[in-house]
Design a protein around this ligand. Structure first.
Ligand code: SF4
Length: 694
């Protein structure tokens, strides 16, 4: 990238970081990338970008890129560079040998929500059609799998209900467990504009995120709940709405399952769910919670935006259900300016779930036990599909440790750094006979791999990403793959080395197969995407232009379904040994484990994770600003610097997980969501003590 001179042509593509899905123009001179600029006609970003996306091209050309396949017999041996043929034959032979010894369910795949739809479709097809099992999972497991469950159960499909434009008609915005100014900056700009115009804001978050108090923006209510008590807060809001008669009875009678509603009213009216009854548990002043509930119910169009502070809990799915209940109670689904909007962390979380990468679902959220759905793919792929759901990521780790699982193809995901309870992950990988890492850089996971397959960056391939508003955006190849092959080609070559005969020549052919087999994508073609710029699914014969807003004429499942939301305390409790609660998040300039952002020009602004600690807790421990501290939990410990701030409440500490030097997930535990196994990253009982440094 030269960042200077006059471009001759431009290629419109999509940012590979967060779920906003900003469009960029890659300005080219010959085959040289001159600069990346936000695309003014991008429907998600309208010419804006954040600092991460603006500099994202940097990692594509970084010197750390691995450009040759590598293998090694054992993980304590040095890597050996080999040809693609040798690496793929080595991997295929090992995987086949494991299956011969342990059975066909003994190997699996993990794909990243950073990969394109087409890549993800092929990876789950590799598991189902070539490995002949359903051992396919995605890193959406560790972020938004509770969204899939909660919205599926209540509304009938796992998808945000609105487009981003909808926020321009919101009157009250409830942000819960999300920090848009850091995590989804371009959407946050649109939200702040609406707030400056007069919309009211309610923030539910243990930490005083920037939106609570910014120039010209101030939340009407901030509910600084104790980590782990989302369900109690959301249920208490519903209690206020129902017991004060603020619910929209006409909407509920027309649109919802009234029997389920009657049961829910009986549940939620119980005085044990009142704000006063849960005040001690949640730490939220009852009067403030009551006022927030009244505002949401009576303030006009009510829009809910939520993030991983909702999902990454032992009751993540229950909170999603509680949020869905709130929106139905107030008639805030199926109209503009309202809705339930999961802010997806990664660029293609929505798409990776749509494409069937979960072990129980084929593409389009159809259960693998459904013989009619299996028949569609059996005819398309010419193989019989295993009717048994496969292993989720944590189950793969457990199976590796009991000796029944021995081979893993991991595409674009550094599970050692990003998954919880690092020691457990490392032990599981160390027990496997064949770990294949397919990535841009050597990473923490590749330390335990036998095969390394070089990946291609978003600039080196064609495909599509689906953003948080279900918008399918084109990813267009700007430069040739530096390691010769795009990721979808590598997956195809691995499948063929295992004995398949795949013959895709371009990702558009993969999308054509998706469209032929998945009703919500039936009308999606690359020609349509080129013509319209992007399209939101469902896009099919009934909705050829796509669908900006869901559930307009009725819920996807028919009648919206209220479900009880019993609060169950997490097992992760503070106590004498670990008296503080740790919660984690992101900062604006870094992205997840930082594999890309640390290798771009914006890196200089933040170069380490730090621990936020309240002045009282710091004083009690003799900790001063900038001190090294030891952060320990029952899972492990790490060392980082402290910053003293009242953004966090007493008893709560906060850090990010961007830097491998910190490895914050050493301390997070193996607790997980009851319905989906999404890890409970957001609540860990910890101790903090002064330290001399790492
Ligand atoms: Fe847009 Fe997100 Fe990329 Fe920033 S990181 S440019 S908000 S898609």
């Amino acid at each position: 990238v030269v960042e200077t001179g006059t471009p001759e042509r431009s290629v419109v593509t999509t940012c590979a970081y967060c779920g906003v899905g900003c469009s960029f123009e890659a300005q080219m001179r010959g085959d040289e990338l001159v600069r990346m600029v936000p695309y003014k006609d991008g429907k998600a970003n309208r010419g804006h970008s954040c600092v991460k996306g603006r500099f994202a091209y940097g990692y594509a050309e970084h010197k750390d890129r691995i450009l040759s396949p590598m293998i090694r017999e054992r993980i304590d041996e040095p890597w050996r560079e080999v040809s693609w043929d040798e690496a793929l034959a080595f991997a295929a032979d090992r995987l086949k040998a494991i299956q011969e010894e342990k059975g066909r369910r003994s190997i699996g795949v993990i794909t990243s929500s950073r990969c394109t739809n087409e890549e993800t479709y092929l990876v789950q097809k590799l598991a189902r059609a070539v490995f002949r099992n359903n051992n396919t999972d995605t890193c959406a497991r560790v972020c938004h799998s509770p969204t899939g469950y909660g919205l599926g159960q209540t509304y009938g499909t796992s998808a945000g209900t609105q487009d981003f434009d909808s926020v321009e008609n919101a009157d009250v915005v409830l942000v819960i467990g999300a920090n848009p100014t850091d995590g989804h900056p371009v959407f946050a700009s649109r939200l702040k504009k609406r707030l400056r115009e007069g919309a009211k804001l309610i923030v539910v978050d243990p930490r005083r995120i920037d939106l609570v108090r910014m120039p010209h923006v101030e939340a009407a209510h901030h509910l600084p709940l104790r980590p782990g008590t989302n369900v109690a807060v959301v249920t208490a809001m519903a209690h206020v709405i129902v017991t004060e008669g603020l619910h929209d009875q006409a909407y509920i009678t027309e649109r919802c399952d009234t029997e389920a509603f009657a049961d829910y009213v009986e549940f939620v009216s119980d005085p044990r769910h009142s704000p006063e009854a849960v005040e001690e548990l949640t730490g939220v002043p009852a009067a403030e919670l009551r006022a927030a509930a009244r505002l949401y119910a009576t303030g006009g169009n009510g829009a809910i935006y939520y993030g991983l502070g909702v999902t990454e809990h032992s009751q993540g799915s229950t909170t999603v259900i509680g949020i869905a209940n709130l929106a139905m109670l107030t008639g805030n689904v199926g109209k503009v300016g309202a809705g339930v909007n999961p802010l997806r962390g990664q660029n293609n979380v929505q798409g990776s779930c749509d494409m069937g990468s979960f072990p129980h679902e084929l593409p389009g959220y159809r259960h693998v036990k459904n013989a009619d759905v299996r028949a569609i793919y059996e005819e398309q792929w010419g193989v019989e599909i295993d009717p048994e759901p496969g292993l989720r990521i944590p189950n793969m780790f457990d199976a590796a440790l009991d000796g029944s699982f021995g081979g893993l193809y991991c595409q674009g995901e550094d599970i050692v750094q990003s998954d919880p309870d690092t020691k457990h992950v490392v032990a599981a990988l160390s027990a496997m006979e064949c770990v294949i890492v397919h990535d841009l850089f050597l990473n923490e996971t590749s330390n335990y791999a036998h095969v390394f397959l070089p990946g291609s960056s978003f600039l080196e391939k064609d495909g599509t990403f689906t953003n948080a508003e279900r918008r399918i955006n084109r990813v267009r190849k700007v430069m040739a793959p530096k390691a010769d092959y795009a990721d979808w080609e590598v997956t195809q070559m691995l499948a063929n080395a295992m004995g398949a005969n795949w013959t895709y020549r371009h990702p558009s052919e993969i999308m054509a197969e998706v469209a032929a087999t998945t009703p919500s994508f039936a009308g999606v073609t690359y020609d349509l995407l080129d013509e319209k710029g992007s399209v939101q699914w469902p896009c099919n014969e009934a909705r050829p232009e796509g669908t900006p807003m869901m559930h307009v004429d009725g819920f996807v499942r028919g009648k919206g379904r209220f479900i009880r939301t019993d609060y169950v305390a997490t097992e992760e409790k503070s106590g004498p040994r670990f008296p503080l609660l740790l919660t984690t998040g992101r900062i604006l300039s870094q992205y997840n484990v930082g594999a890309q952002t640390r290798r771009t020009a914006n890196t200089v602004w933040h170069d380490r994770d730090v621990l936020e600690i309240h002045p009282h807790d710091a004083e009690n421990r003799g900790i001063y600003e900038g001190d090294w501290v030891r952060l320990s939990s029952r899972a492990g410990e790490t060392t980082l610097r402290a910053t003293i701030t009242d953004r966090v409440s007493p008893g709560v500490v906060y850090t990010t997980f961007h830097h491998p030097d910190t490895q914050a997930n050493v301390v997070t535990t193996d607790n997980s969501d009851w319905a989906t196994n999404c890890p409970e990253y957001k609540v860990t009982a910890v101790q903090v003590a002064p330290s001399n440094g790492p």
